[in-house]
Design a binder for this molecule. Structure first.
Ligand code: UD1
Ligand code: CA
Length: 451
């Protein structure tokens, strides 16, 4: 039986934030959620979260997790004091307890599995996840013999200058035999530089304890301030991007590209610099995206070409071309082989197959058929100041440059709208519609005017 205990009661003073530290976002999840997710593979039978500062906020943010048990630590008197709070809750529990810091969000599930395996193999009272760091400042130092049996953990502040040279550090991730830890916890004393109850002191009392060095030291990075949060974001992004490149996606200048975790990308996709893929987005095979694009919660088909554009909550069909400088938002549906060109904004609009909106247009609440050609500068006037109204445009209809389509409005199939027209009434199929003043010419006007 395995129980997971996550320490998440601290305020995180160095974040300079009213939001509890563990609720700060890293990628698409909060820090504490990431820690929880890293334990899911282990199928723990109990999951306890120790809350204190901002307890209500932490509880409500994690409400979706269902099976969590929250334990309140009313005063934050140290990591040992935090774990003391679960004593009554885990009374009589038989098995291992995995203790994790809520501010260490980059752990890989495989690392926790190795920790647990080491713990079981040695039948330890406790097993400690450690790392050897070139710059160990700030972390508790871990001293052990050649067989990796623990001799002592000493907090940075309590170290002598000589002890501080030791590069093996405590990651704050531990596996305990609960019955052994439960016996020691009540005996902790706050006799140290910070006058806190240290969990590390409990570890010092237990036997046998061995340590396990983590292979990738980035995993055990703790987040204490916003600079470290930004560093963690960079690490997380390079993990995501490395995985996509390994899966056959080309990223040009990966450092300038960001990709959220839920994004799906097919093989043979090319992503150019300064492109950001967010939320529930998926990109079909052979598509070429960027440079300079933002795609959020959208689905792009295969062989789509998109550059310098913003696409949100929309769908784009196979072989369509978008941009440069197009903006699609609010449930736009672009069919296959369409072309959306320069300075075109589409909102809540659907386009059939092979339809073109090539230059300088705004279409809102419009439904266009197949092979429609929207002339440069065509605008739907879809808003009367109170309500949005729809526009329907049939197959093969063409609008001339600078047409205004005043909604609600319906144009049939094979309609031609003359350039510069303001259309206010329904037009049937196969018609030419001209709605502009006749041209008036007054010959000799300049001469007379000057006379
Ligand atoms: C702790 C370890 C240190 C280790 C480091 C790794 C101790 C005494 N020291 O130090 O050896 O190198 O983590 O990052 O354990 N918390 C509570 N209640 C409290 C105090 C802390 O829930 O009363 C939580 C915090 O919210 C945080 C975690 O415990 O998530 C760690 O606390 P923190 O104060 O950051 O410990 P460190 O000084 O970093
Ligand atoms: Ca810390």
């Amino acid at each position: 039986m395995l129980a997971v205990v996550i320490l998440a009661a601290g305020k995180g003073t160095r974040m300079k934030s009213s939001l509890p530290k563990v609720l700060h976002q890293l990628g698409s999840h909060s820090l504490v959620e990431r820690v929880l997710r890293s334990t899911v593979d282990l199928s723990p039978s109990r999951q306890l979260v120790i809350v204190g500062y901002g307890a209500e906020q932490v509880r409500s943010q994690l409400a979706d997790w269902g099976s969590l048990e929250f334990v309140e630590q009313f005063e934050q008197l140290g990591t040992g004091h935090a774990v003391q709070q679960v004593l009554p809750v885990l009374q009589g529990f038989e098995g291992e307890v995995l203790v994790l810091n809520g501010d260490v969000p980059l752990l890989r599930p495989q690392t926790l599995r190795s920790l647990l395996e080491t713990h079981r193999k040695h039948q330890n009272a406790a097993t400690l996840l450690t790392a050897q760091l070139a710059h160990p400042q700030g972390y508790g130092r871990v001293f052990c013999d050649q067989r990796l049996h623990l001799q002592a953990i000493i907090e940075d502040r309590d170290c002598t200058p000589e002890q501080r040279q030791n590069q093996r550090i405590n990651s704050g991730v531990y596996c305990f035999r609960w019955s052994a830890l439960a016996q020691i916890l009540p005996q902790l004393k706050a006799e140290n530089n910070q006058k806190e109850y240290y969990l590390t002191d409990a570890v010092n009392f237990l036997d046998p304890v061995t340590v396990l060095d983590v292979a990738d030291e980035q995993e055990i990075m703790g987040i204490n301030d916003r600079k470290q949060l930004a560093t963690a974001e960079t690490i997380l992004q390079s993990r995501i991007k490395d995985d996509w490149m390994a899966a056959g996606v080309t990223l040009r200048d990966p450092a300038s590209i960001t990709i959220d975790e839920q994004v799906q990308i097919a093989a043979e996709v090319i992503i150019e610099p300064q492109t950001h893929l967010r939320g529930k987005t998926s990109i079909g095979a052979g598509s070429h995206i960027g440079p300079g694009s933002l795609i959020e919660n959208s689905t792009l088909g295969e062989q789509v070409r998109l550059l310098y554009s913003v696409v949100r909550e929309s769908e784009v069909g196979d072989h369509s071309q978008i941009g440069p400088y197009a903006h699609l938002r609010g449930q736009v549906q672009v069919g296959p082989t369409c072309r959306i060109g320069n300075f075109v904004e589409l909102k809540q609009t659907s386009l059939g197959e092979g339809t073109k909106v090539a230059h300088l247009s705004y279409l809102g609440n419009a439904t266009l058929g197949n092979q429609v050609n929207i002339g440069a500068g065509t605008i739907t006037a879809n808003y009367d100041g109170y309500h949005k109204h729809p526009t329907y445009i049939g197959d093969r209809t063409k609008t001339g440059a600078n047409s205004v389509l005043v909604a609600p409005l319906s144009l049939g199939t094979d309609v031609t709208v003359a350039a510069g027209s303001t259309i206010t009434q329904t037009v049937g199929d196969d018609a030419l519609v001209i709605a502009r003043p006749h041209q008036t010419i007054l010959p000799g006007w300049r001469l007379r005017g000057q006379a």
